[in-house]
Design a protein around this ligand. Structure first.
Ligand SMILES: Cc1cc2nc3c(=O)[nH]c(=O)nc-3n(C[C@H](O)[C@H](O)[C@H](O)COP(=O)(O)OP(=O)(O)OC[C@H]3O[C@@H](n4cnc5c(N)ncnc54)[C@H](O)[C@@H]3O)c2cc1C
Length: 396
């Protein structure tokens, strides 16, 4: 593994770092305190627009579509620098990392002209309409139906867990166009306008009090024929292509969340203005913090090792499952530790006048429970590792 960067990559990093430091000093990405989702989305859109203005949004997109045609290493450097400076996750991440690249690779010229730029500027937010009440881990079992009627498809069904649907202008939607062929073959990918008649978004309240995800009910929603991405019946291939677009850099994007939280936790334990014994005086808590740091570095170095293999021509493989599994579990461990440090005060939610750091740690801890479910549950990841890494027999 070679950790050194070329002069060009160092120049890229230097330019980015000074731009980010300047923006941080201007308060461009807000503080670390918990804010409600409306504020998170509003500030997130402003921050992404600032990145776009500075030429730092969608850097992996080709230049002709507003990106920088950045290679894998520049993308990693970008994530590292965002984490270093404490940037929040980019608000239109789904569209930047998956929808945009798929439209660039498989979309029509008209789709490229219409949708790409507002993704970069965060003028238009996207959500992902894949999961359904009867289709999660087994996504290909989805039953939302799309039937061609003249120049539009009429869509009926229900999606669930649709993150940010209440803020989204568009949804990248999977629906079944042919129920008579094997399940992977009859699925089509659509761009669905979220503001048309028949789309009803019902927010789901999560245990941390936020409503990040939603149920989305679709009743006779008309989606123009030209809003298919790829071809009819190719939706599964499109969905897989979409996932492939983010696999190489996904762990680094995820680490942005956990490393920013870890850095803040270390700061908080050192400054400690909460009630009770400062954790730095308690050997058990000190070891916990040290362990969280070791986990985080082990994760980062493992991801870099896998990246090195890809840079040498290898394909992303089942190691992505090891990264996802380890990352989601280590993130939860760290946040349980953070809440534990606070003793009884760790039970106080945002808004409580006695809650240290405005209840940020229990809020994040409860949020992190979803990380072992979203994007493939831990059981699914373990199944992949068992079969594809360890060569165990297929589950029946
Ligand atoms: C925070 C969060 C955000 C999300 N955002 C979105 C979004 O924006 N858009 C979207 O489409 N979806 C989203 N999801 C949905 C997510 O993709 C699904 O929750 C996930 O794929 C699991 O599906 P499920 O919930 O239907 O559980 P199921 O698939 O029903 O699984 C239930 C349980 O059975 C286990 N299980 C299932 N199959 C197997 C197997 N073969 N072997 C062993 N165990 C198995 C699972 O591990 C789980 O414990 C989000 C989920 C979360 C938590």
């Amino acid at each position: 593994m070679d950790f050194s960067y070329t002069a060009e990559q160092e120049a890229f990093r230097g330019e980015l770092r000074s731009w980010l430091e300047r923006k941080k000093a201007e308060g461009a990405f807000g503080g670390t305190q918990h804010r409600n989702l409306d504020e998170v989305v509003r500030d997130g859109r402003l921050w992404q627009a600032a990145l776009y203005e500075g030429g730092w949004c969608g850097i992996h997109w080709p230049r002709e579509y507003g990106g920088r045609s950045a290679g894998l290493l520049e993308q990693i450097l970008f994530q590292e620098e965002l984490a270093r400076v404490g940037s929040p996750q980019l608000i239109n991440l789904l569209a930047l990392s998956m929808v945009g690249p798929v439209i660039i690779a498989h979309g029509t010229e008209e789709q490229k002209r219409r949708y790409l730029k507002p993704i970069l500027t965060a003028e238009e937010i996207w959500c992902q309409g894949y999961s359904e009440p009867g289709a999660g881990s087994d996504l290909a079992a989805l039953s939302t139906r799309a039937v061609l009627d003249g120049d539009a498809y009429v869509i009926n069904g229900q999606k669930v867990w649709t993150s940010y649907a209440q803020y989204a202008h568009f949804c990248i939607l999977l629906a079944r166009t042919d129920p008579d062929v094997p399940k992977h073959k009859g699925i089509t990918m659509f761009i669905m306008d979220m503001r048309v008649p028949g789309v009803e978004v019902r927010p789901l309240r999560q245990m941390n009090g936020d409503s990040e995800f939603n149920e989305v009910y679709l009743e006779d929603v008309r989606v123009p024929r030209q809003n298919i991405v790829g071809k009819e019946g190719q939706g599964w291939d499109m969905a897989v292509a979409l996932l492939m677009h983010e696999r190489a850099t996904l762990t680094f994007q995820r680490q942005l969340q956990s490393r920013v939280a870890l850095r803040d936790l270390i700061r908080f334990s050192q400054e400690w203005d909460a009630p009770g014994e400062p954790p730095m005086n308690d050997p058990i808590q000190r070891q916990r913090i040290a362990q969280a740091y070791i986990d985080s570095e082990a994760m980062r170095l493992t991801a870099l090792r896998h990246l090195t293999r890809q840079l040498r021509g290898g394909q992303p493989g089942p190691e992505g499952s090891m990264e996802k599994l380890f990352w989601s579990e280590m993130y939860q461990r760290m946040l349980v530790g953070a809440v534990d440090m606070l003793g009884p005060y760790g039970n106080l939610a945002p808004g409580d006048p006695h809650a240290p750091e405005d209840g940020r740690w229990p809020h994040l801890m409860l949020y992190s429970r979803g990380r072992t479910i979203a994007a493939g549950t831990s059981e699914i990841q373990r199944g992949i590792i068992a079969q594809r890494v360890l060569g165990m027999p297929k589950d029946r």
